[in-house]
Each structure stands twice: as C-alpha cells, then as structure tokens.
Design a protein around this ligand. Structure first.
Ligand SMILES: [Cu+2]
Length: 344
C-alpha cells in the first residue's frame, strides 16, 4: 500500500498533545495504520485522558490522491464464488478513502493530486461555502491545494464531485468517498470505531447472487438509475465483518472476516458514514440499543442515515456476547451491510 495513505493523516504541524497520544496509542496497538488502510479506525482502547483538554487550533495538511484501480469488493463466499473484483475509483488506493481526524477550529489544507486518467475532484461536507467545500475539476496529472476551517464538530462525508457534478454518481458508486471527524475537544475519551457504507452497481452478470465466478466488473448506469445495487460495501467490502449467517443452517460469507472487539459495559463511539449514493441506512445494533446520536440522547433501536450523511453514535453493550451492527433494510444486509461486535 502506498505510503501516501499514511501521509494523508500524519503530515500535520504543529501536532497537539492529544493527537500525539492518539497516534502513539494506535501505532503501539498496530491498529492505526492498519485501520486507515482498512478504513476502520480504532482510536484507543485505553483512554489517554481522564479529563477534557484545551486544544489549540492548528494547521492540518492532508494529501488525497485520486486514481483508478482494481480492488476486491466481495470475498469468496457462498453467494459470490471466487469473490468480486471491481474497476474502482479511489482516494489513496482504498475504499473508503482515509479517515481524516481534526479538531474544531483547525485549518484543514487539502491537496488533491490526480494520478488517474480522468477528471476527479473533492467535496468536503465538513466545510461551508463553495471556495472551502469544492476543489472544482482537477485534470489528470494536475493537483490543487485549498483550505477550509473545520468549525462544526461531528463526522462528515467527503467525496469526488466528478467534473462539476457530471459523473458524480459513478465516482461515488465506484469508491470515491470517505469520512472526516471534527472533534469538539470535550468528548469523553472512549473506544472509537469508523464504519462507512457505500453501494456498488456492478456490470458483471445478471445479479449478484447467480453463484457464477465474477470477473472484473465496473459501474452499471442502468442499475444505478433503477436503484438496484449489487453490493453494499462495509468499509470497502461486502461481508467484510460477517463470517456467516445462520446457526442451524449456515450461509458462508467470509472465512477471513474481521471483527470489532469491545468490553461489556464500556461506552463506545461509532462514526457511521452513509456514502450512498442512493439508499438510506437503517442503522441498528442487533441485541443492542443506540444511546445517543450526535450528542443527543436517543435510546432507540434504529437510526436512519440518508445518503451523503453520517452520525456519531454512542452505545454501551451491556452484557458479554455477540452484537450485530447492521443496515436493518434486510435487502441491504444480504448485500453486505453489517458487522459483528464481540463484547467480552
Ligand atoms: Cu472522481
């Protein structure tokens, strides 16, 4: 994986003590870099700060590289023998692009380098005003640098706009999206997770469940118009965190499924991004409950996240066992949207 992925997050100066602690904790656990590459970001298992700290606004330099490449979007499973590979469009080589984490008040200086063969661009939902939100079209081989002030805390989507909205549907549905977390500075330090859902409309075959071996697919405009996604990617891959469905009779989904581990009874924070570009995510914790959304008490079982939006969700998994973060639209669950959480 190119080192530019790391550069997107660590080329910051000066760096605050809090961020330094977070970086150190993540690197020590071997999770930080892997988390960025994978699109999942475990900030810290052990809180570094017992009390809130004052964070001075700083300059964050972020480099995102737009490119086109082939990525694996579904594992070898009972549903997709041999897995599915896809002609993707990416930021820094991965779906989703890297998680960007800044503090409220920071000036975020973005450099978009286009190393691909077609026009790409950037749109940051964390900013306001065309000159701060949009890169405008960046041609192949060119780059653009601009900045915005991260004034609003929360988690926000960023994505490619195509060429001034022309083709935005294909660029987002092909993987050009990610999340940016703007920290208020007074969040309670807890274990954090980052999950991005995104749809994929694949040209190969009549449907995703034919059982045929998949070759390399690409964007299907007709399926997109019909709102008929083949896969819902969870951090860039369908069934990435789901080993199987069933107990008495099982449907094998991913023999190499990754997992989220928590402690029973501890508060956890989830940055959930719905990149869309079409469907809502009916976000639910199977066997759990949502305690707060974006800082507001909720205590509800399901929270709807529209395409192009995101939510900061906090919850406690009260007892030991397996919980299941999922899109409660069961068609989207079957298409790959979910993740198991193991509480010990
Ligand atoms: Cu693009």
């Amino acid at each position: 994986m190119p080192c530019t992925v790391h550069r997107a997050l660590i080329e910051q100066k000066p760096i605050s003590e809090l961020v330094k602690n977070v970086l150190a904790a993540g690197l020590a656990a071997g999770l930080f870099v892997a988390g960025i590459l994978a699109g999942m970001f475990v900030v810290s298992g052990q809180p570094e700060q017992e009390t809130a700290v004052t964070i001075e606004p700083t300059l964050r330099r972020i480099t995102l590289i737009a490119d086109e490449n082939v990525v694996q979007v579904a594992p070898d499973s009972a549903l997709h023998q041999g897995g599915i590979r896809y002609h993707a469009m990416t930021f820094n080589g991965t779906i989703p692009g890297p998680l960007i984490s800044v503090n409220k008040g920071d000036t975020v200086e973005i450099t978009l380098q286009n190393q691909g063969d077609i026009i790409h661009s950037l749109n940051f939902h964390a900013a306001v005003g065309p000159s701060q939100v949009l890169s405008e079209a960046v041609r192949p081989g060119e780059s653009k640098t601009w900045s915005f002030v991260a004034d609003t805390p929360g988690v926000f989507m960023y994505h490619c706009d195509g060429d001034n909205l022309n083709g935005i549907w294909e660029h987002i549905a092909s993987g050009m999206y990610g999340g940016i977390v703007v920290r208020s500075g007074d969040e309670k330090p807890v274990k954090e997770f980052y999950v991005v859902f995104g749809e994929l409309y694949n040209t190969e075959g009549d449907g995703p469940f034919s059982g045929a071996v998949r070759e390399i697919g690409s964007f299907d405009l007709d399926k997109f118009i019909a709102n008929r996604p083949d896969l819902i990617l969870t951090n860039g891959m369908a069934y990435r965190y789901i080993p199987y469905f069933g107990s008495a009779s099982t449907m094998q989904l991913n023999n190499d499924a990754e997992r989220f581990d928590v402690k029973a009874g501890e508060l956890t924070r989830w940055y959930i991004v719905n990149a869309g570009p079409r469907g809502h995510v009916a976000f639910n914790f199977g066997a759990g409950i949502i305690n707060t959304v974006d800082g507001r008490p909720l205590h509800d079982e399901t929270w709807s996240i529209p395409p192009g939006s995101a939510a900061v969700i906090e919850t406690v998994f009260p007892e030991k066992g397996v919980y299941f973060g999922n899109d409660h639209d069961e068609g989207r669950l079957l298409s790959g949207a979910g993740f198991a959480v193991y509480a010990k």
